[in-house]
Design a binder for this molecule. Structure first.
Ligand SMILES: C[S@@+](CC[C@H](N)C(=O)[O-])C[C@H]1O[C@@H](n2cnc3c(N)ncnc32)[C@H](O)[C@@H]1O
Length: 226
């Protein structure tokens, strides 16, 4: 099935509206916020740069910053393709006085060129991404994440555990792939209804150079045929 760009964008904006009423999505937000908070507090450096891929409006990070439960100075770059979500996110962070530390980049997160000039991150968020990545691109994506990480960096990721695309098996493959790529697992949880997996890793490899061009992975929304 092919869809045009406008329908695609509206699709992700209405996906975000589900945060209001969907208990599983709210449980995922709780778990992501908890793991992001734990990751920030565990990082040794006094300053933490967060990078969020396909960040949406960034409400997960905003929730963490508003909670006041972190003990570090945080700055962040959020990469999101949908300009409306970027605008909504910018407004929400500005409302709470975080604009000086949090910048949205309205860009294609699948392209290495979108990350040029960014510092290495102490925390990389990959939430709501893996369920939209073709199985044969998962490995490429995880391998590429090394290029964003400073040594000892953390990664927080999610994967829906839908039966229709064998989410549980996909989540287990993601865990194995992280392990084989130089990451050690720090946490792995399923939300209470078993709808989502949320995990955290620690990068134990060396600092790697990020390619300046090329595509890291293809983002293919779940309504695509794949
Ligand atoms: C499932 S949502 C997750 C949003 C957010 N990370 C969260 O967990 O609430 C996926 C997001 O990826 C964005 N997206 C899709 N393709 C993208 C691309 N190529 N580059 C950047 N963002 C993209 C969508 O607009 C959407 O906001």
């Amino acid at each position: 099935m092919s869809i045009n760009k406008k329908e695609y964008a509206v699709g992700w904006q209405s996906w975000h509206e589900n945060y209001r009423n969907s208990l599983p999505l709210r449980a995922r937000l709780e778990e992501v916020s908890q793991q992001v908070t734990d990751a920030i507090n565990a990082i040794e450096s006094p300053r933490v740069h967060v990078l969020s891929l396909c960040s949406g409006d960034g409400r997960d990070l905003l929730k963490v910053l508003l909670s006041g439960n972190t003990n570090k100075a945080v700055d962040a770059t959020l990469i999101e393709l949908d300009p409306i979500l970027v605008e909504q996110g910018r407004e929400a962070f500005a409302e709470h006085g975080f604009s000086d530390f949090v910048q949205f980049r309205c860009a294609d997160a699948t392209l290495f060129s979108s990350y040029q000039d960014l510092p290495k991150a102490e925390l990389v968020m990959v939430c709501g991404v893996f369920g939209n990545v073709r199985a044969n691109h998962v490995e490429r994506l995880i391998f590429s994440l090394k290029g964003f990480c400073s040594p000892g960096a953390r990664v927080v990721w999610t994967r829906s555990l839908n039966e229709f695309d064998d989410g549980e098996a996909a989540a287990q493959r993601i865990r194995c792939c992280f392990k084989d790529t130089g990451f050690r697992e720090a946490a792995f949880k399923r939300t209470p209804e078993g709808t989502f997996a949320v995990g955290s890793l620690i990068y134990e490899g060396e600092q790697e150079r990020l390619p300046s061009t090329g595509q890291m992975f293809e983002f293919s929304a779940f309504w695509d045929v794949h």
